[in-house]
Design a protein around this ligand. Structure first.
Ligand code: NAP
Length: 265
């Protein structure tokens, strides 16, 4: 029986890169999305192809659910249970940028609420649901198939970098760092490791509108590794966690940012 992962926001971008990597490692995947069903279907088909190319046989299921909504989160977990009967990895990836990049002095309450609901409340309560299930699972003989369940949350370099034209995004991402520490502390006794992945500048739809700005910054030396990151870069980091390559690390931050976090003089 394959291990099973639930990846939020996996129809496109970073989540899609994670789903493809896990599929190629032989994981069954639930591909969550909010509205773009064609993209989710494409990702599912590509997961099958990636697995096949690696000589694996997997299942990839798609599930529409808005992570900011309680009933949707419950349905997503129940969907995963019905599809695979187990959950070995939750990846909290779904996230949104502000609809308008507004100066901190102009940030609206509506935008702050929206960002916190999708980027923070969603992962917080989805993790709670997943953790309860994982605890039940690990109480049964050595967990489902002996795989130690894990939780990964995709935050951002914005967790510690102040961008005054999207303060609400930075706040939501900074809070995810504490979410990781909290759940890592709480779940350690059950052998459930919890990780935060901090991507840097990654080429996806989210960064499409600011492509030229970041092209310029990267060309001018913003990152020691002088290139855009890709969803595959983040997928590989999640793949390492999925393969249990970091068994004695929990509450750990993994930077996937081309060295952006290094202070340089
Ligand atoms: P993206 O290309 O805009 O894709 C967003 C994904 O999230 C889509 O699959 C979308 O589904 C889904 N989604 C959006 N709102 C949702 C909701 N309420 N419930 C469920 N799914 C939802 O974004 P991305 O660049 O891949 O970003 C993925 C994550 O990485 C985000 O948390 C983002 O903050 C973080 N991140 C991105 C970068 C970057 O440079 N791109 C850097 C650091 C961190 P639909 O297809 O149905 O719309």
């Amino acid at each position: 029986m394959n291990p099973a992962a639930l990846i939020t926001g996996a129809s496109r971008g970073i989540g899609r890169g994670i789903a493809l990597e896990l599929a190629s490692l032989g994981w069954d995947v639930v591909i969550n999305y909010v509205s773009n069903e064609p993209a989710a279907r494409r990702t599912a088909a590509d997961c099958h192809a990636a697995a096949q190319a690696a000589g694996k046989c997997i299942r990839a299921e798609i599930c529409a659910a808005d992570v900011s909504q309680g009933p949707d989160r419950l349905r997503l977990i129940e969907f995963t249970r019905a599809a695979f009967g187990r959950l070995d990895l939750l990846v909290n990836n779904a996230g949104v940028a502000p609809r308008v990049r507004a100066d901190l002095l102009e940030t609206t309450e509506e935008s702050l609420d929206h960002l916190l609901q999708v980027n923070l409340k969603g992962p917080f309560f989805l993790t709670q649901l997943a953790a309860r299930w994982m605890i039940q699972q690990s109480r049964q003989a050595g967990g489902a198939g002996g795989v130690r369940p894990k939780i990964v949350t995709i935050s951002s370099v914005s967790a510690y970098t102040a961008s005054v034209n999207r303060g609400e995004y930075c706040l939501s991402k900074a809070a995810l760092s504490m979410l990781t520490l909290l759940y890592a502390s709480r779940l350690a006794e059950y052998g459930i490791n919890v990780y935060e992945i901090r991507p840097g500048i990654i080429a996806t739809d989210m960064t499409g509108p600011v492509k030229e700005k970041y092209d310029q910054l990267i060309e001018n030396g913003l990152t020691p590794l002088p290139r855009w990151g890709t969803p595959e870069d983040v997928g590989k980091a999640v793949g390492a966690i999925a393969r249990d390559l970091l068994p004695f690390s929990t509450g750990e931050v993994i930077n996937v940012d081309g060295g952006f976090h290094i202070r340089r003089l």
